[in-house]
Design a protein around this ligand. Structure first.
Ligand code: UDP
Length: 493
């Protein structure tokens, strides 16, 4: 990438990812992109995540030259967590989430000591993951601006800002009553409280003190970095800037910043090679890719309904299943008998139990549709690859993203789920009683047909392709994301 060298002093940016896999992927890539634009970048990580970070940095020639990866021990055991539990998605039970927050606070003390010791090459700007509230203290001590990276899109952040300010969710009589979140007129945005991100639910495992601290942090930072591009979210980034009074910089889609089709070492596995070889044998735009993020699981009964729809539909299916090793015997047997794990070219349903090379899969010409949980990373990767979606939100801000995908952008079909998925990290049911799937096989098939067939499907595909072109242009020289990266670097000069 060509560099403009108008900077007067060397910007030195400290990137501190919030330790959760799907947060680390984009923030580390943003660090590499900042290095490609001429900044010196230090990425802070922990021993158990060092390989993940280094493999992403090594994907880019620019990254490996301009980025330093600094590994600081994470006090997991001291906080009562299992050894090596250094990412939120490694926490074995919701009861240990507060311990994880304690450990990250202690980790913050060590990062502060490290940043003091970095003199005379002290950071001139910090980009911190959304729960690293202690990063603000470090920035103030250094006299450097502090930007927050949430991992959410601008529309979801705008909705959250409205919810924080106007609190419509506190005025409803039940978790199912719909209320307005009128952030993007003329689009009608109605949600039920149970569909909101965790901090707006009546009970949240993070705890009230931590939630207050998180809100204070996001209100005190100097700006917000978003993995998105200005042309995508109908002016949400500008509305967010107006609502918060902060600089909002959309610098994505970050998935387009690596070399096309290049896999990080985590994805350069047997599973990854099987996926790509299997896709190579399929017709253009014929494959449905089905995946629910870095950790998302369904209850076995729900998984079966999805599976029955997938094996009986007319399209080849590439299906990523997390937690497949802990499925009950009958579900595991059904999967073995009805799907293929070997990736034989002629098979119709390939199941991947490990880590799939998602960006490369979405960019493969054989992929025609994506059944997604609407995590923001997946959503944006799908947009960047020009692939329309079936929206099946699980939790967090995913119902907000579904609204953007289906109603605002018109590039997706809703599967029709109205409640968050139970046991999303464990695949286990909270309460007792017979597990009942929320979405039946026929309902899934209806959504798949709508996504893949007919005039509306064509129109959705056309819109997605249009956004794909805009996404690419945003990162090119002079594009909106390119200019926003330059602005971010200016804050560090
Ligand atoms: N991902 C991947 N392979 C997998 C599962 C996930 O590469 O098998 C990546 C995906 O490309 C995305 C991230 O993990 O970058 C998932 O982020 P998202 O925000 O969609 O969902 P989350 O994991 O936060 O629920």
């Amino acid at each position: 990438m060509a560099m403009e060298t108008t900077l007067t002093s060397k910007p030195d940016i400290l990137v501190i990812p919030w330790p959760a896999t799907s947060h680390m992927i984009p923030i580390v890539d943003i660090g590499c992109l900042l290095a490609a634009h001429g900044a010196a970048v230090t990425i802070i990580t922990t021993p158990a995540s060092a390989q993940l970070v280094r493999s992403r940095v090594d994907r880019t020639a620019q990254g490996s030259t301009g980025v330093t990866v600094t590994v600081i021990p994470f006090p997991a055991a001291e906080a009562g967590l299992p050894d090596g539990c250094e990412r939120l998605d490694h926490v074995p039970s919701p009861g240990l989430v507060p311990n994880f927050f304690d450990a990250t606070s202690q980790f913050g003390v060590a990062v502060a000591q490290h940043s003091r010791a970095m003199a005379p090459c002290r950071p001139t700007c910090i980009v911190a993951g959304m729960c690293n509230t202690w990063a603000l203290g470090i920035a103030r001590e250094l006299g450097a601006p502090c930007f927050i990276f949430h991992g959410f899109g601008a529309f979801a952040l705008l909705c959250c800002e409205y919810l924080n300010t106007h609190k419509p969710h506190e005025a409803v009589a039940s978790l199912d009553e719909l209320f307005d979140v009128p952030v993007l007129p003329p689009f009608e945005c109605k949600f039920a409280r149970r569909q909101l991100p965790l901090q707006f639910l009546p009970s949240c495992s993070i705890g009230e003190d931590s939630l207050r601290e998180l809100r204070e942090f996001e209100m005190a930072v100097d700006g917000i970095v978003v993995n998105s591009f200005e042309e995508l979210e109908h002016g949400s980034a500008a509305h967010l800037a107006a609502a918060t009074g902060k600089t909002v910089l959309a610098v994505g889609p970050i998935s387009l910043s690596g070399a096309p089709g290049l896999l990080d070492s985590r994805a350069d596995s047997d599973d990854a090679r099987r996926c790509m070889a299997w896709l190579d044998a399929k017709k253009a735009m014929s494959v449905l890719y089905v995946s629910f993020g870095s950790a998302g699981r369904m209850l076995p009964a729900q998984l079966m309904q999805l599976g029955l729809a997938l094996v009986s539909c007319s399209w080849p299916v590439l299906w990523v299943i997390k937690g497949a090793d802990s499925l009950p015997n009958d579900t595991a047997r059904w999967l073995r008998e009805n799907t293929d794990a070997d990736g034989l070219p002629e098979s119709q349903c390939l199941v991947v139990r490990g880590w799939a090379p998602q960006v490369a899969i979405l960019e493969h010409s054989a992929v025609g549709g994506f059944v997604t949980h609407c995590g923001w990373g997946s959503t944006l990767e799908s947009v960047a690859a020009g692939v329309p979606m079936v929206a099946w939100p699980f939790t967090a801000e995913q119902f907000l993203n579904e609204k953007l995908i289906v109603d605002v952008l018109g590039i997706g079909v809703s599967v029709g789920v109205t409640k968050p998925t139970e046991g999303v990290l464990t695949g286990a049911r909270g309460g007792g009683g017979e597990p009942k799937p929320d979405v039946g096989m026929e309902q899934v098939k209806k959504a798949l047909n709508k996504l893949m067939d007919g005039a509306e499907a064509e129109e959705r595909r056309r819109k997605t392709q249009e956004l794909k072109a805009k996404a690419k242009a945003a990162l090119e020289h002079g594009g909106s994301s390119y200019m926003n990266l330059k602005k971010l670097i200016q804050f560090a000069v």
